[in-house]
Ligand binder design. Sequence first.
Ligand code: OXD
Ligand code: MN
Length: 593
Amino acid sequence: MTASLSRQAAVVENKALKEWVADVARLTRPAQIVWCDGSEEENRRLLAQAVSSQVLIPLNHKKRPGCYLHRSHPNDVARTEGATYICTPTKQEAGPTNNWADPAQTYAKLSKWLEGSMAGRTMYVVPYLMGPVGSPLARVGVEVTDSLYVVLSMRIMTRMGAVALEALGNSADFNRGLHCTLDCDPQRRLICHFPQDNTVWSVGSDYGGNALLSKKCFALRIASYLARRESWMAEHMLIVGVESPDGQVTYIAGAFPSACGKTNLAMLTPPPTFKGWKVRTVGEDIAWMRVGADGRLWAINPESGYFGVAPGTSWRSNPNAMKMLERDTLFTNVALTPDGDVWWEGIGQDAPEGTLDWQGRPWKRTSSGKAAHPNSRFTTPMYNNPVLSPKADDPEGVPISAILFGGRRATTVPLVLEAFDWEHGVYLGATMGSETTAAATGAVGVIRRDPMAMLPFCGYNMGDYFAHWLAMGKRMKHPPKVFMVNWFRKAPDGSFLWPGYGENMRVLEWIISRINGTAKASETPVGFVPADGALRLDDLDIGPENFKQAVSIDPSDWKEEIEEHEKLLRRLGKTVPQELWRQLERLKAAFHF
Ligand code: OXD
Ligand code: MN
């Protein structure tokens, strides 16, 4: 270790942190240790290093100031759920939806892989704060990593450096994240969580969700475990504030599986006919929520940046995102145009001649493959978002009036559906299904049950998670109303029945009117749907027939759907709360099945 670097470490006074970092260094044996302070100067230095070591390609700084392109290893382009483990003392604690491994054996196995793994390389220590400074929900994590890409991404995604050390003080209560890229070999790739130790060890991948340990690993898998123990919630949810023309703001949280439009909904631009309405983003991926003294559910976004899916983002689908991406953004696995700009499928114009694909190979419109990887991403500070909510940095967070559950379903699930009450809402979330996307490795377009969009992210037994949701409902005097939404329903000819994107404002307006008790609904066996004429369709290019289909409940589809619900509850086993079985029976009886 050089003298200057040891001086940096010396200013860190937290004994538990220093000891842990020393332990990791003894195991991985780096040539040097760099403690990150989160300063501008440090960022400039690390960016220059990333460019000279070809971790980042600078983009055209006239067109996109402060923007860079990163190309990941072609075998490392998405979260790898098969290599993701929950390591609890018993398999039962992890439950049937998680891969499980014994903690002691896993530490031993990974320690062998990690022995001397950073020899000749730099080990970065990245302290970070999840949540606004001073929030009762905020928590500290420290990620030790050998990846410059991870450090630069963590600086965008979290409040990183001195601010985190200050929040930590002398406490030993921080998430211990150890990340090592190793040789990026899928055979030696494991993302292991030790909830009892508030620890994550991730090796063999440099991809976002596997390697930015603040995100899925800490803020969801580990935090969901801590949240149950401490009576709060860590959820895969966006948070938006919707302001009506009279200035009333309603906060809504929404759980959607990966790559199902959370970022677009969180930054929605209302259509022209919704004059005076504003949608502002508090968060677009993760919500931490607690019951406030007023008996309502209060939410913060623990992150400070967005790691969003690039393909499909355009001036039409998400103009706010396009503005946000004009500067200070790291792009991963998008295509590169000859003038040093980025391109992806669905960006709204054709790729110019001479475009290179996500692996740097010449690409033509007639090429068989995609230019940008379907899971290519942008990493950008939330402060770039032109519609960022002024509450995004508020330590108290925002009070949630509605929770949405949304999947990607071509059939069965209506455009919007209101649950009868909290318990019924928990049932709808618990049994929701969605078509798989490119966000994780594996087949795309297959319907899988993804309870509360947390299937890949719940750090403990799913049945116990449902019980926690029910218990949280009992703790709230004013629980949010629960809705199911589906922007992706299709007509028999395969076309979408609903235009989606900004037009989803119409659904949000109906939801807000239901909260305020002013909108009409029709009761169906599965919940309330908008009554005829209750959801505004003015200036919209879809016929009333399409809309009718989009909100219809087809008993034969629901017969199959309910069979899938039942299979899921059986598979989850004895931890599933009786309340959910009761809901299933009620649903069957309502349909006379
Ligand atoms: C994400 C995901 O990156 O859910 O947010 O995969
Ligand atoms: Mn996500």
